[in-house]
Write a protein that binds this ligand. Structure first.
Ligand SMILES: Cc1cc2nc3c(=O)[nH]c(=O)nc-3n(C[C@H](O)[C@H](O)[C@H](O)COP(=O)(O)OP(=O)(O)OC[C@H]3O[C@@H](n4cnc5c(N)ncnc54)[C@H](O)[C@@H]3O)c2cc1C
Ligand SMILES: *[C@@H]1O[C@H](CO)[C@@H](O)[C@H](O)[C@H]1NC(C)=O
Ligand SMILES: *[C@@H]1O[C@H](CO)[C@@H](O)[C@H](O)[C@H]1NC(C)=O
Ligand SMILES: *[C@@H]1O[C@H](CO)[C@@H](O)[C@H](O)[C@H]1NC(C)=O
Ligand SMILES: *[C@@H]1O[C@H](CO)[C@@H](O)[C@H](O)[C@H]1NC(C)=O
Ligand SMILES: *[C@@H]1O[C@H](CO)[C@@H](O)[C@H](O)[C@H]1NC(C)=O
Ligand SMILES: *[C@@H]1O[C@H](CO)[C@@H](O)[C@H](O)[C@H]1NC(C)=O
Ligand SMILES: *[C@@H]1O[C@H](CO)[C@@H](O)[C@H](O)[C@H]1NC(C)=O
Ligand SMILES: *[C@@H]1O[C@H](CO)[C@@H](O)[C@H](O)[C@H]1NC(C)=O
Ligand SMILES: *[C@@H]1O[C@H](CO)[C@@H](O)[C@H](O)[C@H]1NC(C)=O
Length: 588
């Protein structure tokens, strides 16, 4: 007995010493006290020996995080990086999404790399690390992920999980972070009959963390018989990473619900470094939270099992109104209002609609009409065409039908362009908002095309109601999605060379001018964590509504030390990135 208590006190001392090493810098900024994670200018930063030991643990897949543009610069720090050939290749691929997602650390939204180390044609310009991390684990096994999570937790350093680097809001970048890259987790297995926990007895697929949208659709289509999965519209966006953990809408969401509504099971590595399965029977609380409760918040997901559905015929319409048709602002605006006012009608018909809007240009590409042929879609869109014609609005439109969703998707969805600079925001308008305040909602969206005299905007809309196909679902997604009608992303466009102060001013325009107009026109709506505003007021309720208190409790249970962090996700209210986007610190 005495021996045991002696041991216990020894352990207590050991813990205490350990804790002292563990604690990062204490700072006071504007009267607020912060306790920071460990950074390279602190004593608690891991030594070269520590990093080498980590590299051994992960079988040699630890890499220095080198910005993709470094090959166009002579040096980064004191390391030579220039290569004419590699530089030409990066320059040629700078707008190629697949190239960027294949890179270990590239981010598709350069604002969140601090627009650093761009692929310049002058190799003498300096390349700095910006908000890219310091090291990256190119994980190929779940053991590598565990080793990275353990290392970050034990050394109290910032951890970033990076799948495709698609995140609009900087959630897969972090100054001096240890990055875990999950891009190699490419396995997908399909079964005709799911036999695991829960009520579902239909077909299913188990999808690795690194599988991307179009790859997944393609593999689903290759099954016999072919199947479909609820995923996003972008070909290269990850599926099992941020997409599902944030909720995930897509072209089939009106008929089948959100991505997260269809999940049967998750395999994860938790903040404590444990391999944990979460489904209807095992760890149901974590299962609930991972379905829409926020990316990089509760665990690192290694694979997901999801329902698959039989392939279905799908038709689509593409419609344009732009300067080819009219230069009259009043005519253009009226055309947009007529189109958008019918949002509830489209979703009542099981449709999803993707549209882009900027000054004088409306590009609807496409209206997605699952289970419809050309005649059915034309009749579903008749109210739209009739109203446009009656108001003498010029436009161009064409409709095509396909035997399967996959063929439709490949033909009618367009690729997007990465490496653009903008501050992002967005709002979900409910059915009630559209029915009662449709004109004001349309006006707010039009206003976002030019929110101030010296800024322009670009909006991406998704008309979708996951509540049509999945009216009652118990998961972490904001309940307002069940009454959704139109979800619009707004961008305040920048050129990337703005000063820090100017960037903050663009954020102000997004939050307090564009965002304010959206919140006022759509008071019954909500916001979406994957495509929202980092400065969203009352983000807890705006992103999760009545689910937030439960998510906060679960964050404290599954990640009590704050190993995982991304801005505006559950439990991060006391954390802040200070020092012009550098250090992650906890208040108090
Ligand atoms: C062009 C474009 C189109 C889009 N289209 C859609 C769409 O149709 N529908 C939709 O709902 N959303 C869409 N999005 C938003 C998309 O859902 C988010 O950007 C999402 O975060 C991307 O996830 P990712 O894993 O691919 O990206 P990443 O940037 O790599 O990661 C995003 C976040 O998820 C975390 N994360 C990644 N993998 C894991 C993991 N395995 N475990 C734990 N955390 C992880 C990261 O740490 C980060 O916080 C789109 C975005 C873009 C840029
Ligand atoms: C990790 O080890 C591998 C194999 O020995 C080596 O190639 C790589 O450079 C090491 N990584 C770092 C960051 O030193
Ligand atoms: C490069 O810089 C790092 C840190 O700034 C230093 O530790 C290292 O010794 C330098 N290497 C060379 C070759 O000068
Ligand atoms: C980010 O960019 C700004 C402006 O170029 C610069 O002043 C700042 O030092 C950069 N931060 C980092 C971490 O590189
Ligand atoms: C709108 O203006 C542009 C530029 O002046 C012109 O090319 C175009 O023909 C105009 N469109 C119409 C419908 O008049
Ligand atoms: C305008 O619409 C026409 C179809 O009528 C299309 O060909 C053209 O690409 C559109 N222009 C823009 C800038 O979107
Ligand atoms: C749009 O809907 C509103 C009701 O929300 C209605 O008052 C308005 O007349 C409609 N506008 C058009 C162009 O249909
Ligand atoms: C924006 O421009 C309009 C028209 O030129 C002008 O009347 C208005 O005062 C300007 N607003 C601001 C905030 O500068
Ligand atoms: C959704 O709409 C229904 C009926 O219109 C209403 O009863 C319900 O409260 C709404 N749910 C939310 C979350 O707004
Ligand atoms: C409609 O929008 C206007 C303008 O934003 C707003 O003031 C009003 O409160 C909204 N009304 C309803 C019923 O949502």
């Amino acid at each position: 007995m005495a021996r045991i208590s002696h041991l216990a006190s020894l352990l207590a001392v050991a813990n205490c010493t350990f804790a002292a090493k563990w604690i990062g810098e204490v700072k006071e900024v504007n009267g607020v006290k912060y306790q920071c994670k460990c950074y390279s200018d602190n004593k608690c930063w891991p030594t070269a020996t520590d990093w080498a030991a980590l590299n051994t643990t992960v079988g040699g897949v630890l890499r220095r995080a080198v910005p993709p543009g470094a090959v166009c610069h002579n040096t980064i720090g004191n390391v030579s990086t220039y290569s004419a050939e590699a530089c030409t290749n990066v320059q040629a691929n700078w707008l190629n999404e697949q190239f960027l997602t294949d890179d270990p650390i590239a981010n598709l939204w350069p604002l969140y790399t601090n627009n650093t180390c761009l692929p310049t044609s002058d190799p003498n310009t300096p390349c700095t690390q910006g908000f890219y991390g310091t090291y990256v684990i190119m994980a190929t096994k779940k053991e590598h992920i565990k080793a990275g999570v353990d290392f970050a937790r034990e050394n109290n350093i910032r951890l970033v999980i990076r799948n495709t680097g698609h995140d609009f809001m900087g959630r897969s970048t972090g100054y001096e972070a240890l990055v875990i890259n999950t891009h190699s987790f490419k396995e997908a297995k399909f079964v005709k009959k799911y036999t695991g926990p829960g009520k579902w007895k239909g077909s299913a697929a188990t999808v690795g963390a690194g599988v991307q949208g179009r790859e997944l659709y393609r593999q689903a289509f290759a099954q016999s018989p072919p199947v479909v999965i609820v995923g996003g519209e972008c070909p290269t966006v990850g599926w099992a990473g941020g997409y599902v953990q944030g909720g995930g809408h897509g072209p089939l969401s009106t008929i089948y619900g959100m991505g997260a509504d269809n999940i049967l099971s998750f395999d994860t590595v938790t903040a404590k470094g444990e391999y944990v399965t979460a489904n209807a029977e095992e760890n149901p609380d974590l299962f609930w939270a991972l379905k829409g409760g926020g990316p990089s918040t509760f665990a690192v997901v290694t694979s997901i099992t999801v329902k698959t559905f039989p392939e279905i015929p799908t038709a689509g319409t593409i419609l344009n109104i732009n300067t080819t048709h009219t230069n009259d602002t009043a005519v253009f605006n009226k055309g947009f209002e007529i189109f958008h006012n019918l949002s509830n009608h489209y979703v009542d018909n099981g449709m999803f609609v993707y549209f882009e809007l900027n000054l004088g240009r409306l590009h609807i590409a496409p209206f997605v009409a699952p289970r419809m042929d050309e005649a059915k879609l034309k009749s579903a869109l008749k109210p739209l065409f009739d109203q446009l014609d009656a108001a003498k609005i010029p436009y161009d439109a064409y409709t095509k039908a396909f035997p399967t969703f996959f063929e439709f998707y490949i033909d009618m969805f367009e690729d997007e362009q990465p490496n653009q600079n903008s501050v992002v925001g967005g709002r979900l308008f409910s059915r009630k908002d559209i029915a009662e305040n449709g004109t004001a909602v349309a006006d707010a969206i039009l206003f976002a095309s030019q929110p101030t005299n010296d800024t322009v905007g670009f909006s991406v809309g998704h008309i979708v109601d996951p509540g049509v196909g999945n009216p009652v679902v118990d998961n972490a997604i904001h309940p307002k999605w069940r009454n959704a009608s139109s979800f619009v992303i707004t961008n305040v466009i920048m050129d990337g060379t703005e000063s820090w102060e100017m960037k903050k001013d663009r954020e102000r325009i997004q939050t307090h001018i564009v965002g304010k107009a959206f919140r006022e026109a759509g008071p019954d709506g909500a916001s979406y964590v994957n495509e929202g505003d980092l400065n969203e007021p009352n983000w807890q309720t705006s992103y999760w509504g009545s689910n937030y208190p439960k998510l906060l409790k679960l964050k404290k249970k599954w990640d009590p030390e704050g190993v995982f962090y991304t801005q505006t996700t559950p439990g991060t209210e006391n954390w802040e990135v200070i020092d012009y986007g550098r250090k992650l610190c906890k208040k108090g």
